[in-house]
Design a protein. Structure first.
Length: 393
């Protein structure tokens, strides 16, 4: 805007400038003044959204090029040498949309801009040229030289931006791998500590309660039946000791490492499907490769918990006649699918407590960089699809 304002003012107070040129500079000043306002109005970006930037770039590129057609309105002033000399005035203006296009889009968009901007100038040149000669050949070559310069700059900017995007993507992938590594170390440390506590509780509290229960049983045999109060106190103490021993065993079982650490992912999933099949008395099949790739511990844990929750929903709500759990591994992608042919439901009308469970599954999937989708319709069963992609080193 400032550039064209200066040029317009210079032509007004300098001799030798045609009215068409002054009009051309004034027109471009007005256009870029409007473009400045367009780019600084948030409401325009909010309403136009995806076409906001392309429209601005189109205006920025269109008017400097179309402005050359003003020479055709006054053929007596349309001199090829004058057109070529003044076309260099547009060079810094045309570089701006070129760099932005190369920054935001691919090289095909850059080539389209080059053909558009330089092709229209060639049309003007051929229109005003009386004849093609040796003297006019270098002038006709000017748009080709500019096209080569545009292509070089656009290609360099495009490569630099693409390299930066790849580096950012690798940085994101590295951060995710580091997070997975940290989560794995934390999980391992937690499992070790839980196993240590379980072993200590088993060797101390469980053995103590077990020995106390045996002693109380022995005391009960020597107490006379006539000693009713003593018998009641012994029975109460024995029941309390047995209850404490049962609770201790339950806590020990919960403290010990889960099925994943003991059995591995495939056997743990197999146990889940067998337990679900026994509970709801329907066939639940598991299709899983014999050799699964080595997965981060948090990923295995998420797959196990998603399967567990999905099968629990089938047992409690689906009223299905059959269900299936499929695990597919291809290249760097793992896909888990849990499907049943039950009553289904409308995902938009899920009760709050069940919606919370579905949201928890999606959050668990997102925490490891995966994606979980629930597909269901009333009367058409339910499919839970979880996809996780391993990042390449």
């Amino acid at each position: 805007m400032v550039y064209f304002a200066i040029l317009w003012g210079y032509t007004l107070f300098s001799a030798g400038w045609e009215k068409s040129v002054q009009f051309q500079f004034l027109g471009n000043f007005v256009v870029y003044f409007c473009l400045y306002g367009y780019l600084n109005l948030p409401i325009m970006e909010q309403r136009l959204r995806k076409i906001f930037l392309p429209l601005g770039l189109l205006v920025a590129a269109l008017f400097p090029v179309v402005g050359n057609f003003v020479y055709l309105l006054h053929p007596q002033q349309a001199d090829i040498f004058t057109i070529i000399n003044r076309s260099w005035l547009w060079l810094p203006i045309l570089f701006v949309p070129l760099v932005l296009i190369a920054w935001q889009y691919n090289f095909k968009a850059v080539l389209a801009y080059i053909f558009f901007s330089n092709g229209l100038e060639l049309i003007v040149l051929f229109s005003v040229m009386d004849k093609f000669s040796y003297e006019t050949l270098p002038l006709i070559g000017v748009p080709f030289i500019r096209a080569f310069a545009f292509g070089t700059v656009g290609y360099i900017v495009n490569i630099l931006i693409e390299t930066q995007r790849m580096q950012n993507q690798k940085l994101i992938q590295t951060n995710l791998r580091l997070n997975q590594y940290v989560n794995t170390l934390e999980q391992l440390a937690t499992n070790r500590e839980r196993n240590r506590l379980a072993a200590e509780l088993h060797d101390t509290l469980a053995h103590t309660l077990s020995g106390l229960s045996i002693n109380l049983e022995a005391i009960k045999t020597v107490v006379q039946p006539s000693q009713v109060e003593a018998q009641k106190m012994l029975d109460h103490s024995l029941n309390t000791t047995r209850l404490g021993l049962d609770e201790t065993r339950r806590v020990l079982k919960a403290l010990r490492a889960g099925p994943l650490e003991d059995l591995g992912l495939k056997l743990a999933l197999q146990n889940l499907t067998q337990a679900a099949s026994a509970r709801c008395s329907i066939p639940v099949t598991l299709n899983c490769p014999d050799q699964l790739p080595v997965l981060p511990m948090d990923v295995e844990q998420s797959i196990y918990r998603i399967t567990q929750e999905g099968l629990e929903n089938i047992v409690r709500h689906a009223n299905a006649t059959q269900a299936a759990v499929n695990v597919e591994v291809a290249a760097e992608k793992l896909e888990l699918t849990i499907h049943d042919d039950g009553v289904g439901f409308d995902p938009g009308r899920v009760p709050s407590e069940e919606k919370f469970g579905l949201r928890g599954l999606q959050e668990r999937a997102a925490s490891i960089g995966g994606k979980l989708v629930v597909e269901s319709q009333p009367g058409s069963g339910t499919t839970i699809r979880f996809v996780w992609e391993r990042f390449n080193d």
